[in-house]
Structures are given as C-alpha cells and as structure tokens.
Design a protein around this ligand. Sequence first.
Ligand code: ATP
Ligand code: MG
Ligand code: MG
Length: 517
Amino acid sequence: KVGKKTGVQGTAASFGLADGKMGEVVTRFPPEPSGYLHIGHVKAAMLNHYVAEIYKGKMLFRLDDTNPTKENIEFVDNIQRDLKTLGITWSSMSYTSDHFDYIMQCAEKMIREGNAYVDNSDVNTMRDQRLEGIESACRANSVEKNLEMWEAMKTGADQTCVLRAKIDMKSPNGTMRDPVLYRYSGQAHHRTGTKYLIYPTYDLAVPIVDSIEGVTHALRTLEFQDRNEQYQWIAQALGLRCAKVVEFSRMNLVNTVLSKRKLQKFVDDGIVDGWWDPRFPTVQGIIRRGLTVQALREFVVSQGQSRNSNYMEWEKLWVLNKKIIDPIAPRFVGIESDMVDLTLTNVDSTVTESRPLHKKNPAVGEKSVLMGPTVVIDKADATSFKVGEKVTLMDWGNIVIEEISETGVKARLTLEDTDFKGTAKITWLAKEAATQPATMIKFGHLVTKKIPEDGDDPADFLNPESKVARTIFIDPKQFAGVKKGDIIQIERKGFCYVDEVTEVGPVLHLIPDGRKE
Ligand code: ATP
Ligand code: MG
Ligand code: MG
C-alpha cells in the first residue's frame, strides 16, 4: 500500500506522502459535474490542494464528465465558483471529455490485444454472473467479432451492448470481475454534443486521464479501495504510467445526505429552494448558514490522514466556527415583534451616544445608540420583572422597576448606580429607533435520522421544522453599513449570517454555535 501514514494528525502537516518528492507532486481534484460541491468534496479538494502545496507541486482540476445524463454546464460553473469561494486554486483545468478520442483509442487497443470484449447480455444476467463468477458467453468471441460489435456500439446500431475488461470472473475482488468500460447513452453531452454515442465509465477513464495528465498521486476515498487493483490493471494493460493511489477517509456528518443523486431529488421535489439552500451541505448552503471557510479548513486539516470515517457531529464544526467569528462580529440589538414598552419616568429628552460595536474589539468600530424616554424590550424580559427589582439596560445603565401593567412597564433610570453585579442584563432599543423589521431564520437539519442507511428514502425522515422564520425589529441607522454576506451578532439571540439586505429589511440566518439544543 502506497499511502502510508506519515503525517501527524491534527497539526498543520497532517497529510504527508510516503514518497512525495519536493516540486514533483501532481494531485488532482476530479468532481463529476452532476451537482454542486458539498462538504465531502470540500475535504477532497482541500486535501489535494494542501498536498500539492506542501510538496510545492501542482493540483490539477478536472471535470469528470463521462455521464451526459447527469451532467450540465450549471454544475460546471458552480463547481468553479465554489472552489474560488474556498480559496482553492489549480494549476490547470481540464475535462475528461477533452480526452474522449484518446480513451476510445485505448479501448480499441484493449479489444485488439484481447483485454476487452463487447457483451450483449442483458443487465440482470450480467449482474448475476458477476455475483456468481460465471463467464459471459461473449467472453470467448474473437477479436474480429468484438471489433464488429464495437462498431455497432459506436454508431448506435446496437444500444444494449457494453464493453467489458477481460480480467478475472473468479477474482475474490468483485470489481475485477470484468468491469464495464464503455456504455451507450443517447443523450447529448454538454460539451461534445452528439459526437459520441458511447461513453467511458469512471473505471476506465480515471487511470487513463490520470496517467496522461501527469498525476503522480491519486487521492481516493477508502470506499474505492477495492477498485485500486482494477485501476492498476487498466494502466498496465494499456502500458501507461500508473499514478500512486493515496487513500483518505470519506467525510460523513450526522443528519446529512451527501449523495448528489439524493440531493438532486430534494431540489427536484421542491423540498429545498435549490442547491444553495442553507439547509443543504453544499458549499453554497453552508456558507449561507454562516460557516466560514477558515472553520472548514481547520476541520478538514484536523482530520488529515485519519482513516476514521465515523459520522461527525456538526457541533464540532460550529464550535470551530464560533471561535473565528466571536472576536470580530459586530453586535447589534434586535427586539421581538411582540415587544413591550418600557417608560423611563425620569427621562424627558432624547440623546444619541456612541457605543462600541464589539466590547472587546475596538477595531470593529462604533454604532450610535438612541436613548429616549420610551424604549422597547422583549416580552420575555418584561414578564420576568418584579416591581422594585434592579435591572441593567445594556449599554446604558441600571433601572429600578416601578410598575408593571397591561400597557407596559415603568421604571426609573439610576445612572448613579454603577454596580452591575448580579443584575439581569437586557437588550432594548429606543421606541423611535426600532422601526426596521428584519427576518430572522432558524434552520435545522433537513432529515431527522442521524445515520441514514443505504436504500433509505430521506423523504421519510423530513424535519417539518427545518426552517422557522420570525420578525424582529432593529435600528436601521445602526444597520446602514451592514452588507449581504456579513456575519454579525444580534445580542442575546445569536450570531447571524446576513443573507440579504433588501428594501423591506435584512434577512438574517441564525448561525448554530455548537451548543446542543
Ligand atoms: P456523491 O456521492 O456525492 O455523488 P461522488 O464521489 O460521486 O460524490 P465526485 O464528484 O465524483 O462525487 O467526487 C469528487 C471527489 O470528491 C472524489 O475524489 C471523491 O472521492 C470526493 N468525495 C466525494 N464525496 C466525498 C466525501 N463525503 N468525503 C470525502 N471526499 C468525497
Ligand atoms: Mg463520482
Ligand atoms: Mg457518488
């Protein structure tokens, strides 16, 4: 096995190669453009990028577009956009389809040299025979017969045949039992149109393209372990240089579907708004949920070369994220829509004072705070008061509650009392300032099942409360500088990702902070 453990887990050098030569390492990130990038792809992309970087080598970016029925240009564009968001650069970009002619020549070479044959068995027979290790009747056909059937595949005259490698139907490794190398698809390809009617499988294309593009180290997830033997066999059968396979573990997260096919179904069924829905584990989704690229990077690097593919808890990521945003996110006040008036009986004028946007980080800047005789507070705070109690209005001073009635609360401001120990600290806004509604959305997991099993239909485990919106009121003057994409804190309510700033008001996505609910 080539990809030996050499790195130290959890450190910056957490992914080493047993035989990486400085300046010569070439890795590649090869997504199939059949969906947007998700957090599992982030791990693959970051590791490939990281390995190339530490060995001062190159990372290639390849769109693995061998299945026209699932792929399209929207996915190609968004994969590039997402890599840019992640700060991942590549030394060159290619498509597997750039090499379709060459791959076809390779297939023909294999047929002529007796390493591949065309099989016209039906799908079920082929599957049963592979399970039982029985050779197909077509396996004994002559090269001439195979070339004839191959021509019929290429022209679409026969649409049911497949090309198979002639390896070993008795191999204990099921992937060595004459895997399929080419199949027919009538669908137009997003780049090559109808030029080709047959397409290579992933199994055939990857070793060929890795070889001709100069990949030295092919990073693959452990699930592909069984396929490594086949990857080497194909390169050898074609006389091609074979990249070294380095394994890493798949990223799995609880309550999370990572299969693009299943994610596509959520999109098609209208369960989410699109691939960019904040409940989706896609790059665009999790960024809109408020996860920072830095937290993602730290999470991936901390896993490094660990072969553990256990299901990770999201909390771990959110805790990392909070450490990054807490020291820099500006603080604002937002009051719930069922607000209560609090009248300060000894205040008769309105003033504006400046306050830091972050108490521990003056660099974040300042906000102006309007202070007047009537302020609004959350109902939950108002109902907790008792007459005579001392309460602290944050950023202003202490008050003493004088009266609680149907119409609101009356209190006396006691600025001279600067002892804030043990008092309830509440948030407030001057009534004239709390004019701007903002939408605050809390998201939850899309699926309630912690570890979905193969064959589960995620639709059976949908969380009916995965998106809950409410309105809060903010001071529009304070929010004037807040932009789409910012991360802020609404004090005592949580960190928020500013998803939109519109005429009707900002849309804020609450960011989980890693505390279990
Ligand atoms: P999916 O099952 O979501 O469709 P895939 O493996 O078919 O994923 P590809 O586009 O072929 O998707 O993947 C591109 C790269 O990302 C591959 O190197 C693959 O191993 C890696 N990758 C995909 N999912 C994960 C994951 N959950 N964890 C780590 N790497 C992953
Ligand atoms: Mg794939
Ligand atoms: Mg897949």
